[in-house]
Write a protein that binds this ligand. Structure first.
Ligand SMILES: Nc1ncnc2c1ncn2[C@@H]1O[C@H](COP(=O)(O)OP(=O)(O)O)[C@@H](O)[C@H]1O
Ligand SMILES: O=C(O)[C@@H](O)C(=O)COP(=O)(O)O
Length: 424
């Protein structure tokens, strides 16, 4: 079967989130790490995971175009650019510049932009992004270490990142269904808009938006808007009825660990809960601003504590005032990179010591860890919490769960290992 959907994700947790949605929709989806070099795996959808969300815009554009080329060469009929459900970006990009470049490459003049993910509380109303009951800029995302989000109006946010005009398909239209959404998108395109932010409050809205975008060469958004895409391919006779057949992964084995670099409210809450139940080390990069030394401390602490029946947790995650203190000393990017390098070295050391079930919290963190472990592809397994499945990493031969910083219930870390106990 030829490739149907070619996806480019701007971070690794986001790629897993999208792959999970497509698998649940009955597509065979494989996540590959970095711009593919050789032949792509046999699948209905391939998700290329890049670490381009916070890269310099030129680099993000070049990598995304290279990924797009590989997907088109494999026959992809539609391209999906996946970014965060909280629209993580800066005024320089990278959502606008990457989408502009992909539109040019695909010879298309228009794309929708919809990060909504109602199951995880992200909804869009009149172009404004809500997280739960509050606007994006009051959700904690205003303090994100790398991409602080201080404007909830996505028409404005995207407008600052592109020279194209940005319009809105409002709730009142979306509520009327696919035909009305399609008409409004056509009207916006014909009146010179390059993008339309599309309101969405429910999964029914997302399904209708997906249907309306059936013939779009490029779709941009969160994993939510991909919910409607398998049905398009099925209606066109291109996708057999497979059922929601998440791949059965090999049984769990080996030691268990969590490595956390996300500083989101959700991750801080999850660490707060797990701290009382399992050995937990909170790293202090301000006291030791050296990646190798931090990793050495963590691995020395882990020796003798690693077990198969419960994880150890090693976290750099910190509240906004501590993040700000490290950034004041090193600068925003260097602070992020230092912690990412430390946690990548920690993960590498843990795997060398027998860890085979590893949860990584944080998108940038996951990018650093997965790259260090030499992973090339991830097979998608059962979902732990919405948007976060267990995966099986090849050729490394270990189970990984890449948790978006913002995702997961308070008990996520314990639940993950209860779902995947070490067998035998
Ligand atoms: N204590 C800390 N001080 C400064 N930066 C930190 C600290 N802990 C983690 N970071 C950095 O914050 C960033 C968090 O981003 P990410 O891993 O993508 O998490 P999320 O999924 O919540 O966005 C990473 O670059 C990480 O290295
Ligand atoms: O769409 C989402 O929220 C996630 O899939 C995502 O992109 C994860 O990003 P991080 O929150 O930076 O892990």
């Amino acid at each position: 079967m030829p490739l149907l959907l070619g996806c480019i994700a701007d971070d690794f947790t986001g790629a897993t989130d999208l792959a999970n949605t497509l698998v649940r929709g009955g597509m065979r989806a494989v996540q590959v790490i970095g711009v593919p070099q050789g032949a792509l795996p046999e699948a209905d959808a391939v998700i290329v995971a890049l670490k381009s969300r916070t890269a310099p815009p030129r680099e993000a554009v070049a990598e995304s175009l290279a990924a797009c080329e590989a997907l088109l060469a494999a026959g992809a009929r539609q391209v999906f650019f996946k970014y965060c459900s909280t629209f993580d970006s800066t005024d320089e990009g990278n959502i606008g510049p990457v989408a502009d470049a992909l539109l040019r490459r695909l010879d298309a003049g228009f794309a929708l932009a919809c990060p909504a993910f109602p199951t995880n509380g992200r909804t869009i109303y009149q172009g404004h992004l809500f997280v739960g009951s509050v606007l994006l800029n009051e959700s904690g995302m205003e303090n994100h270490p790398l991409t602080p989000m201080r404007d909830p109006n996505l028409v404005r946010v995207l407008g600052r990142q592109t020279d194209g005009a940005v319009g809105l398909v409002p709730y009142a239209v979306v509520e009327q269904g696919a035909a009305a959404i399609r008409r409004e998108m056509t009207r916006l395109r014909e009146s010179g808009r390059r993008y339309a932010i599309v309101d969405a409050l429910t999964d029914a809205h997302l399904l209708a938006i997906g249907e309306a975008a059936e013939r779009h060469p490029l779709i941009t958004g969160g994993s939510g808007v991909a919910m409607g895409l398998p049905a398009n391919f099925r209606r066109a006779g291109l996708l057999p009825e497979r059922g929601a057949a998440a791949a059965a992964l090999p049984p769990g084995r080996g030691l268990a660990a969590v490595v956390a670099g996300s500083c989101s409210r959700a991750t801080l809450g999850q660490i707060g809960l797990v701290r009382d139940a399992v050995p937990t080390l909170e790293l202090d990069p301000l006291a030791t601003p050296d990646a190798a030394a931090l990793a050495e401390q963590a691995l020395a602490w882990a020796a003798g504590r690693l077990a198969a029946d419960r994880p150890v947790v090693i976290a750099a995650s910190a509240p906004p005032e501590k993040v700000a203190a490290l950034q004041a000393r090193l600068g925003r990017e260097a602070a992020g990179a230092l912690v990412e390098q430390a946690l990548a070295a920690v993960a590498e050391g843990l795997v060398a010591r027998g860890v085979r079930r590893l949860v990584v919290a944080g998108g940038e963190t996951a990018g650093a860890v997965v790259s260090r472990l030499g992973v090339r592809a991830l097979r998608i397994g059962a979902e732990i919490d919405p948007g976060v499945p267990w995966t099986y990493a090849e050729p490394a031969g270990l189970h990984l769960a890449l948790k978006s910083g913002n995702f997961g219930a308070r008990d996520f870390f314990l639940k993950a290992f209860a779902m995947l106990p070490a067998e035998g």
